[in-house]
Structures are given as structure tokens and as C-alpha cells.
Write a protein that binds this ligand. Structure first.
Ligand code: NAD
Length: 504
């Protein structure tokens, strides 16, 4: 009998995209791209050198004058085409997301659909860029404001939303007339190349959208580049702080969104089944790898016992498996190292005085980077499981006696991304929205990601900068204001007047 040994499938090479075409990396440095559901390497991504980043910036710089001169009507028309293409092909990119990130296919389609809302918002660009006009501010003098693009702008994005978070950036940036350089996460870079090809097919001129892959070398090259006017960043808090400080020290406009520890307060009057459904969905969806995931429940008074029981009951029913299997509800984590780090919080919890109610370290399916949902009770400030952003399927529960104690806990957190309250009392919910220190608040809504015509962003360590991302603040971020004062006097009335211009 002859034994056949299967040759390993060839690794997919993921190149840069510069000036409207795929460009192979020349730095000699690459990174592995895995399928987290199988644990096997599926691709290899080029890592850009400083020179390669410069090439992308030069392509964007060369494309800028013509792009900013394209009429609003034509830009809007292009955005309608982009909208249709992404909508029609969302399953195609969702499969790429599932294979490189691990999230289940339905969640990947949801990611693309939420991102698409930002593209749809940008279809209304002509009205978004409408400005103000004051006639006759002084005799025969009118004043009006206009908003103009910044030039070349860059986006640096995290692994957890490889299609949506870039859309938060490139869509408003390009719609406003800027040209764009994207440095996506090196862990799941293919969606950005899919996007580049789609934008070209939609008719976006070459050089308006560019992609350079890589690590710190590429990020630093972006932050240092004198021809980049603004940087949008989404990722972990330490890197967000570094990006913000470095970019602004180089004179760039910067918005840097960081990590999170989102608390969900459950008051004693809440519907416990509804709160448990919400906690399980928001803690374990996308394996907890969402910056808006609920990672800490705060149960107030007698809500604690029934709530913990209801969450425990639901956990074994969560179907964990390869995201391409339609029956899976939760996929693997992004890398083996990250899976092991997340598992270490379950390991260390008892020594810190917390109680592991559900341990997800045993029984995970297959060879991939899986961890089953875990639940830890009595998690308090000062414990690693409380203080750190775990970014995995580990939900902590704290027990306090009053609403005031619960709010204090949320407000003491160094993060301020999202938070939620579950209650049937409208007055308390309104008080919560007034009291709580976070940028996005849910009332009986566990993941309050704003719709595209509002802006997204946290407070404190969850956002460095003064502009939230997408929505009206996104349009502000990617444009700068100019105020024009104009008059058309009869030249016969002209005379020299050295006084400071007066309006009265
Ligand atoms: P990350 O900070 O490790 O990486 C983000 C980007 O920074 C990537 O492109 C990466 O290549 C780059 N980078 C990593 N290390 C760097 C370094 N030392 N110097 C310069 N650049 C570096 O984040 P991640 O692990 O990809 O994503 C998960 C994090 O992102 C979580 O903390 C999550 O909360 C956060 N996140 C926040 C939001 C938000 O809106 N606030 C949204 C999504 C994700």
C-alpha cells in the first residue's frame, strides 16, 4: 500500500496596494497570517519599510490635487456605486474576515453591514459639507465658511474589525476630498486589499486609497512622515497614547481610540432573563474581541444571585466552532498567544479571591485558537481580571448594594468607552446617562455602538484627541475650516484707511 502525503497548501502572499495596484514588498520582512479556526498558517503578509510607506504617501500626495477638485456630485455618485458593490459582495468579504479573524460568518456580515452605514452616510456628502453664509455683516460685506480637505491622511487599524474600522476612516476621509493611506492590522490584512480592489472597480482614481502592511516600522514611518496631515488610530490604549503623542508632536491632527472595560449595571428591578441574554450576547459575541464587548457585569442588590444563575444556565448553550460552520455562534481567538493570555485570567482568578463559575479552558473544539466562554464572580478593582482589558470570552461579575456604588465603580475605571444599564425605571436610567463617565451609553442596550449619523468614541483612556470617529465629528476631523469675508464695492468709493476694520 502506498501512502500519500498531502503537500501543505501554498501560503497566500498579501502585498501592499500603492497607486491603484498590488505592489510586492521589498523589505524582506513578512508576518504570518493564520486561520484561527484551524490554527494553521494560511498566508504571509509583507511588512513595509520606511521607503515603501513613503512610496504610498507619494502616490496619495500625487492623487490629491485632482481628487479634491472632483465635484461633490461626482464624489457622491461614486459613493453610491461603492455602497452597491460592498452591499452586493458583503458575503465575499465576510468569508475573508471569518477565515483570518475567526468571527462567525453571520457576525462578519454584521460587521460589513455596520461599516456600510458609514459609506451610506458619506453618500450625503453634499449636504454634510454645506456651510454658513452671513449676508451684510457690515455694509456690502458678506461672510461665509467653507470646509476643505487636509491632504494625505492615514489610518492605523486593529485586528478585531478588519473591514468596518477602516471604513470608519477611509469613507469620510475620501468623501471629504482627502487621499488615504491605510496601515491595517498585520494579523488579518486581506480585507483591506479586497477593499482596495473594490474601490478601484467602483471608479476611485488610482492613488486615492493605498494600503501598506506592517508592524511598528510602518506605523512609525506614518507618524513621522511630513506629508501626512492627520492620523486616525484604533487599537489598544498604550499604542493609542503613543500614536497620539507622536503624531501630535509632529504637528499632525490625531484621533486615537483605545481599549475598553465596559461595565453593564443590572438593577434589582431589571428583567433578569433579558439582562442575562444581553450579558451573554455582549460578552461572548465575537469571542469577546470587541471594544464594545461587555466584560464586567455589576449586579446591584438582589439582582446578583438570579442573574449569575441565568448567565450560567445560558453559557453551555453557546455553540463554539469554526465560524464558517453556520451552526457556530462563537469562533476562536485571533492567535494562540492571545488565547493563552486570555486563559491566564481564568487561571489566576482564584488566587486573587475571585470565584470561577464557568471555566472555558477545557473542552474547546479542534486545533484552533479556541477558548470556551468563562464566567468569574466576585471580580473587584485591584484584581487583574478586573483591571485589565482581557479582550476574550471571559465575563467578570461584581456585586454591589446600591446604584451609587455601581456608578462609582464605572466612573473609577481608567477607560470610558461604552457602558449599559438594565432597569425598568426610566428615572434611574436618565440619572445614569447624566452621571456616568463614558462616551457611549446603553439603556437596556448592551452594545450601544452609535448609528453612522452620530459619532463613535469613548472618554478617558478610550480616546486620545478631541474628535470622535465617523458621523459629524468624522467630517470635522477630515476637513479644516476657512472663513471668507467678501465685498464687491464700487471702485469709485475706494480710499486708504489705516484703521482696524470695523463692522459698525
Ligand atoms: P493593537 O494596539 O495591538 O494594534 C493596533 C494597530 O497598532 C495595528 O495596526 C498594529 O500593527 C499597530 N501596533 C501594534 N503595536 C504597535 C507598536 N508597538 N507601535 C506602533 N504600532 C503598533 O490593537 P489590536 O490588538 O490589533 O486590537 C485590539 C485593541 O483595539 C483592543 O484594545 C480594543 O479595545 C481596541 N479597539 C478599540 C476600538 C475603539 O473604538 N475604541 C475599536 C476596536 C478595537
Amino acid at each position: 500500500m502506498t501512502e500519500t502525503i498531502e503537500a501543505p497548501a501554498a501560503l497566500r502572499q498579501i502585498n501592499h496596494w500603492i497607486g491603484g495596484r498590488s505592489v510586492a514588498g521589498e523589505s524582506g520582512r513578512t508576518g504570518p497570517v493564520y486561520n484561527p479556526a484551524t490554527g494553521r498558517q494560511a498566508g504571509e503578509v509583507d511588512f513595509a519599510s520606511v521607503e515603501e510607506v513613503d512610496r504610498a504617501v507619494q502616490a496619495a500626495k500625487a492623487a490629491f490635487p485632482a481628487w479634491r477638485a472632483v465635484s461633490l456630485a461626482k464624489r457622491a455618485e461614486l459613493f453610491f456605486r461603492i455602497r452597491e458593490l460592498v452591499h452586493d459582495r458583503r458575503e465575499e468579504v465576510a468569508r475573508i474576515l471569518t477565515q483570518e479573524h475567526g468571527k462567525v460568518l453571520s457576525d462578519a456580515v454584521g460587521e460589513v453591514t455596520r461599516g456600510l452605514e458609514v459609506v451610506e452616510f458619506c453618500c450625503g456628502l453634499p449636504s454634510l459639507l454645506k456651510s454658513e453664509y452671513s449676508e451684510q455683516v457690515s455694509t456690502g460685506i458678506d461672510v461665509y465658511s467653507i470646509r476643505q480637505p487636509l491632504g494625505v491622511v492615514a489610518g492605523i487599524t486593529p485586528f478585531n474589525f478588519p473591514a468596518m474600522v477602516p471604513m470608519w476612516m477611509w469613507a469620510p476621509a475620501i468623501a471629504c476630498g482627502n487621499t488615504f493611506v491605510l496601515k491595517p492590522s498585520e494579523k488579518d490584512p486581506s480585507a483591506s486589499i479586497w477593499t482596495a480592489e473594490l474601490l478601484k472597480e467602483a471608479g476611485l482614481p488610482d492613488g486615492v486609497f493605498n494600503v501598506v502592511h506592517g508592524d511598528k516600522v510602518a506605523v512609525d514611518a506614518v507618524l513621522e512622515h511630513p506629508d501626512i496631515a492627520a492620523v486616525s488610530f484604533v487599537g489598544s490604549t498604550p499604542i493609542a497614547r503613543y500614536v497620539y503623542e507622536t503624531a501630535t508632536s509632529k504637528g499632525k491632527r490625531c484621533q486615537a481610540l483605545g481599549g475598553a472595560k465596559n461595565h453593564m449595571i443590572v438593577l434589582p428591578d431589571a428583567d433578569i432573563d433579558m439582562a442575562a441574554d444581553a450579558a451573554v450576547s455582549a460578552a461572548y459575541g465575537s469571542a469577546g474581541e470587541r471594544c464594545m464587548a461587555i466584560s464586567q457585569v455589576v449586579a446591584v442588590g438582589h439582582a446578583h444571585g438570579p442573574l449569575v444563575e441565568a448567565i450560567k444556565e445560558r453559557i453551555p448553550k453557546v455553540k463554539v466552532g469554526d465560524g464558517l460552520d453556520p451552526s457556530s455562534e462563537m469562533g476562536p481567538l485571533i492567535t494562540e498567544a492571545h488565547r493563552d493570555k486570555v486563559a491566564s485570567y481564568v487561571e489566576s482568578a482564584p488566587a486573587e479571591g475571585a470565584t470561577v463559575l464557568v471555566d472555558g479552558r477545557e473542552g474547546a473544539p479542534g486545533e484552533g485558537f479556541f477558548l470556551l466562554p468563562s464566567l468569574i464572580d466576585d471580580v473587584k478593582p485591584g484584581m487583574k481580571a478586573y483591571d485589565d482589558e482581557i479582550f476574550g470570552p471571559v465575563l467578570g461579575v461584581a456585586h454591589v448594594e446600591t446604584y451609587d456604588e455601581a456608578v462609582k465603580l464605572v466612573n473609577q475605571s481608567p477607560y470610558g468607552n461604552g457602558t449599559a444599564i438594565f432597569t425598568r425605571d426610566g428615572g434611574v436610567a436618565r440619572q445614569f446617562q447624566f452621571d456616568v463617565q463614558a462616551g457611549m451609553v446603553g439603556v437596556n442596550v448592551p452594545i450601544p455602538v452609535p448609528v453612522a449619523y452620530y459619532s463613535f468614541g469613548g472618554w478617558k483612556g478610550s480616546l486620545f484627541g478631541d474628535r470622535h470617529i465617523y458621523g459629524p465629528e468624522g467630517i470635522d476631523f477630515y476637513t479644516r475650516g476657512k472663513v471668507v469675508t467678501s465685498r464687491w464695492p464700487d471702485p469709485a468709493t475706494s480710499k486708504v484707511d489705516l484703521g482696524f476694520p470695523q463692522t459698525r
